[in-house]
Write a protein that binds this ligand. Sequence first.
Ligand SMILES: [Zn+2]
Length: 152
Amino acid sequence: MLFRIYFLICGCVCVFVCSPALCSGNPNNSQRTRDRHGAGNYGASRVPHGTHQGLDIRCSDGAEVLAPFDVTLHGKLIVYNNPDKAAIDEGINLRGGGLCFKLFYVRADKSTGSVRKGERIGTMLPMQSVYPGITSHVHVQMCDRSDPTPYF
Ligand SMILES: [Zn+2]
């Protein structure tokens, strides 16, 4: 009963506060938890590379990636610049919802202009081909590398 009340309250709050789905097939922006390659929360350990400076939101390979706010597009980005990871080495720079942020592992349909909240930005790249067994995900990273979790 307590859980149900909690769920109802949080569900209502999220209608107004939380962003809509970032990835088709994941309407609640559920996060990557721990898998054989690590965990998806902000600050997770990435030995020997320090800590995880973004938030991983589950997204199946090939799924549609959607705008979490009304956004403007500010150019594509290269995630690794590593030929071994060429299949997923793309992302996009965005501004919207008062935020400056980046999405990794996404092939954007276009690199400039604007996309309305809930509409398509592009496609989730084939992460399983580079990291077999990982929980496929979009990596969200703020431009100032602060914690994106409160906004998603
Ligand atoms: Zn990540």
